[in-house]
Every structure is written in structure tokens, then in C-alpha cells.
Design a protein around this ligand. Sequence first.
Ligand SMILES: Nc1ncnc2c1ncn2[C@@H]1O[C@H](COP(=O)(O)OP(=O)(O)OP(=O)(O)O)[C@@H](O)[C@H]1O
Ligand SMILES: [Mg+2]
Length: 347
Amino acid sequence: MEASPLRCTTPIELRPAQLSRLLGYELPYHRRKELFGMDEPEDGGSRSRKQYYSPAQVAMYRETHEPGFSLADNPQSVPPVVVTRMTKGGTGKTSFTANGSTILASMGYRVLVIDADSQGSISELFNVDTENESLLTAMDLFLNGEPLEKVVIQPFADTSLDLVPGDQFIARYDSTVMSERGREKLIQKWFQENQRQLAAKYDIVMVDTNPASTILNYSLMMAADLIITPVFLDGISLKAIKCIINELEEIKTEYGVSVPLHFVSNGLHNGWPHTKMNDEQLRLRFKDQVFNKKIPHYVGFSKQHLPGEAALPLFLRDTASSAAWSLVEVAKELAKLLHLRGSSNLL
Ligand SMILES: Nc1ncnc2c1ncn2[C@@H]1O[C@H](COP(=O)(O)OP(=O)(O)OP(=O)(O)O)[C@@H](O)[C@H]1O
Ligand SMILES: [Mg+2]
């Protein structure tokens, strides 16, 4: 099967005010003009034509402006693997991974997203139609020996975000590896074998998963440097946490691998006191394992897919919403937690 290596149809366009908010510091007009060579009106451009910046320009700006943000190759610096995992469906895994990765890429980071969900939800959210297009997928990467550079596609123009698409065939992963010895370690091994290439190309790898307890998800957790669990602030999601804790304890007992776990509090609603109470319980129990910023309940999440329109992560569809900005804050916390280059500059 021939892969289409590039796509780049959708541009990410960031306004100067968005940029400042993303980075947490003001980008003065004269610096932007000097670096990007753009003729932007000094008053912010409300009356005149709009000016936008691409994530590639943000990366260029940060490289020139921030001492800690060199994009120079560092083969030693293996990117952290972040797996979004929850043993319950519909808690915001895909929304978090799609928005978090787009936001980090908009901050100038080089992000690899792997869609390991047989529903292919994140591929869809990035407008990649794995059903009707002939694409190589996560299954080809992990099991069929296809090289990474042949599998990745770029959903956005001028943005260092690569996607390994996912589709229904990943559901065959378990039956394919079932009789292999050390099957739970196969994905960990893939990451180890591809370390140099990953280190040269990416700052972070983010993996979206489905909620099933499968060999695939178990193996992805074993390969992770961090697991992120979005918890919807209803009682049921809170209870489901015990399943993921059990899985992690099993991994520790059987393989001696201890994988850190962080929670994202999702769906806070001021009019629904139970969401606040559930958030408090989560924090009481897991303390600094919970990201500080809470994601509000917001109808805009369901508008990431609109009939007859291209899908878009909330951060790009509805940038001014408080939900989008809360995701930006969580992404900054994540960048700092993982010590991504220049993350201490992010305010
Ligand atoms: N904070 C939120 N407020 C309102 N709706 C939300 C919020 N977060 C997610 N949703 C909605 O909840 C549904 C499930 O979200 P999402 O697909 O991100 O979850 P998931 O954990 O990936 O699901 P699955 O287990 O099926 O993969 C979607 O319709 C999404 O729009
Ligand atoms: Mg999902």
C-alpha cells in the first residue's frame, strides 16, 4: 500500500494576541516585524487586514528569542512518550490529545501523534479519512515494519505535527501478537529501536488510545513515560480510576516498570455542584498528580465535528473560549512537567 507522505491542507493561523497568550509573554511588534518581515499595523490590526502567524514562525521566533529553545538536533534527547489512557469511554481522551498536541505544536514544539484507537477518532479530528484513503497506519508502524517516515502525514501546513493515522485494523493487534513471547514489550522495543530517529525529529510523542483493556493498550502503557488520564467529573469516571491503577500496579509487579500517572479534570460546570465536589475528591486523593487547570464543561467540544464541515480541534475552531484557554494552560503544565525545551519560559 502506498502512503501519501504529506497532506498539509489546513493552515494554523495564530493572531498576535493568541501568540502572547500561548507563550505567556508579549511579542513586541518590532520583533515580529524584524523576524517575520510582516507589515502588520501597529494598532493590532482591528481596522486593517488581519495578520497571522504559523507555528513554524513561532518556532523560529522562539529559537531566535529564547535561549532555552534551540531546535538544533540533539540525538541524546529522546522525546517523552505520553499515552492518554482511561479505562472508561468518553472521558475526553481524544479531545485532550488532539487539542494538547495542536497547542504544543502551535507553541513551536515538534509533536508526533500516534492514533492507536481502532475508532480512528483523532485521525478524524485531524481530517484524515482512513476509511476512504489508502494510508499506512499505526498497525503498519508497530507490526508490519513500515518505517516511521513512510507512515506519518502532516495534517496542518507549516506546523511540526506529524500523525500516525489509526483505523479499525489496529483492533487486530492483539490477535496478531497473541502467540509472541514478550508480546507486552513489543511496543516498548519499537520505541527503543527508533530512539535516534524520534530524538532527531520530535520533542514529544502523544498517543491516543481507546478504553479497552487490551494487550495493545497494556503495551503502550509499558512504553510510556507518562500516562494522562482525563477524568470526566461525574461519579462514574472517578470510580473507573481504580481500573487503571490496577493495570499500573500489575505492570509494576510483573515487569518492575513504574509509569507515572497524571489526571486532567474535565467537565467542570459552575451550575453543577457535583462536578466541583468530584474535582475536589480527585485532588484530595491524587494531589499533585492532578493538573492544576480544570477543563470546563463546554458545548463547543461537540462542535469539533460539524456536519458538512471539516473537523477541527476546539483550540482551532473556538480559540477564544475559556475551554480552549484552559487546554492551553494544561499544555503548558505538561510542557513544564516533561521539561520540554524552553518550557520554563512559558508563563
Ligand atoms: N469538557 C467537555 N465538555 C463538554 N463535552 C466534552 C468535554 N470533553 C469532551 N466532551 C465531549 O464528550 C465526548 C467524548 O469526548 P472524547 O471523544 O474526547 O472522549 P474519549 O475519551 O476519547 O472517548 P472514547 O473512549 O470513545 O475514545 C465528545 O462528544 C466530546 O465532544
Ligand atoms: Mg477517543
